[in-house]
Design a protein around this ligand. Structure first.
Ligand code: G3I
Length: 372
């Protein structure tokens, strides 16, 4: 593939020639601006004090921001009726400062939802009516507050098993099999113009993506348009295959469903077992040095493999650019990635575009330099 001079390369050159940092590089988002948004997840510590500066990486590189944790139920409404919007407000302010879109994450999930949501004062499961009322209040309050300010919401997160069937969760047990329809309906009522997404991991698996297409169709039958299906894309150097990812993208495109890559990262670390995949936060394995080989830094071979894989993935996203609306990385620098703590706590992973000092890695160069 021919090397092309990109807007990033030109602006980087201008910075060098002018000897000043005022002409900030336009970043990866500008490289792909004719094809799709390129986003990142903002960690909570960036939303608790002073906002990251305008020339910080999240601002200068990306044009879509998702709160990694700050908009989850546990943070927004930890106790009945006690809403905490401080960090979410900061995310909106950061996005305004960076001229970026805000992606809201997430309205209905079986994780990070406090126990009180599903229980009465005696600790017994609440009735369908009570839970529906709680879900409605939560979504109307949160989505309503940011009406016109959030571009799109991950309305329902991880509702599917690996075989595409509905996951057994308190939401489903109490509300019934159409629990997700209510979440979408409430979100649509609260902000009719916001985009609405279904978001899940392991979407490269045919059965799981078929389950997502079924959800989208059922929502369509209920009069609700799902604007995109989120393929989370928590990948590894060892799985999945590009052809499996492409097959799922094809399935979505053929079904008329738009795609968002919502949580991209690529772990370089050994897998704790051969069958391991996904992003289920309840999975964990014991630490052992053999599973943590790159504490002192990523060797050139693995650095190159990571760059090559990112390059191939972005070539694939460009191939499907007519269906792909956004590609969001799950974090900006390796230091901040959740993958350092999952599925084994305390490892040193290198899954993102920027190293622990915020310097662009070979992967960054590969996907900003080689686009046709
Ligand atoms: O902030 C506290 C800190 O005060 C405390 O000392 C520490 C003790 O463990 O915990 C810290 O909170 C952690 C938080 O991340 C911030 O680092 C939580 O324990 C931990 O559970 C939480 O994990 C997040 C996880 O979702 C669960 O909400 C990860 O950051 C976040 O990257 C991850 O994101 C999910 C997506 O929402 C959905 N898809 C899968 C993806 C990866 O699991």
């Amino acid at each position: 593939m021919a090397t092309k001079i990109t807007p990033f390369a030109i602006s980087a050159l201008l910075v060098v020639l002018s000897g000043s940092a005022s002409a900030a590089p336009e970043g990866i988002a500008s490289v792909y601006e004719d094809s799709f948004l390129v986003g990142t997840a903002i960690k909570s510590s960036d939303l608790t004090g002073n906002l990251p500066a305008k020339n910080s990486l999240p601002c200068s590189e990306f044009n879509a921001l998702t709160a990694e944790n700050a908009m989850k139920w546990q943070h927004i409404q930890p106790a009945p009726g006690q809403f905490n919007f401080a960090m979410a407000d900061q995310l909106i302010a950061l996005a305004q400062q960076c001229d970026a879109r805000v992606i809201g994450h997430t309205l209905l999930w079986h994780q990070q939802t406090p126990g009180w949501v599903f229980e009465d004062e005696q600790g017994n499961p609440v009735s369908r009516e009570v839970l529906l009322a709680r879900l409605r209040e939560h979504i109307h309050t949160l989505v309503g507050r940011y009406k016109g300010k959030v571009y799109g919401w991950d309305v329902v997160n991880e509702a599917l098993n690996e075989d595409g069937s509905l996951r057994d969760t308190p939401w489903r047990r109490i509300l019934g099999d159409d629990f997700y329809v209510h979440a979408f309906r409430f979100a649509k009522e609260a902000d009719p113009k916001a985009q609405l997404y279904y978001n899940d991991f392991n979407m490269y698996k045919p059965a799981k993506v078929a389950g997502a297409v079924k959800l989208v169709k059922q929502l369509g039958d209920a009069g609700i348009k799902v604007d995109a299906v989120g393929m989370q894309a928590h990948y590894s150097l060892f799985y999945p295959s590009l052809s499996d990812i492409e097959q799922s993208m094809k399935t979505l495109r053929n079904a008329g469903v738009r795609i968002a890559i919502t949580e991209l990262d690529i772990s370089v670390l050994p897998l704790p077992d051969d069958a391991f995949s996904g992003a289920d936060i309840t999975q964990s394995f014991a630490a052992h040095p053999v599973y943590d080989p790159y504490v002192e830094g990523l060797p050139a071979t693995q650095q190159h493999q990571l760059a090559e894989l990112y390059q191939q993935l972005f070539a694939l996203f460009l191939k499907y650019a007519d269906s792909v609306d956004r590609v969001t990385f799950w974090g900006t620098t390796d230091a901040d990635s959740w993958r350092n703590n999952w599925p084994i706590r305390g490892r040193t992973d290198h899954p993102l575009l920027f190293d622990r000092n915020g310097r662009p890695k070979a992967a960054y160069e590969a996907i900003t330099r080689h686009i046709d």
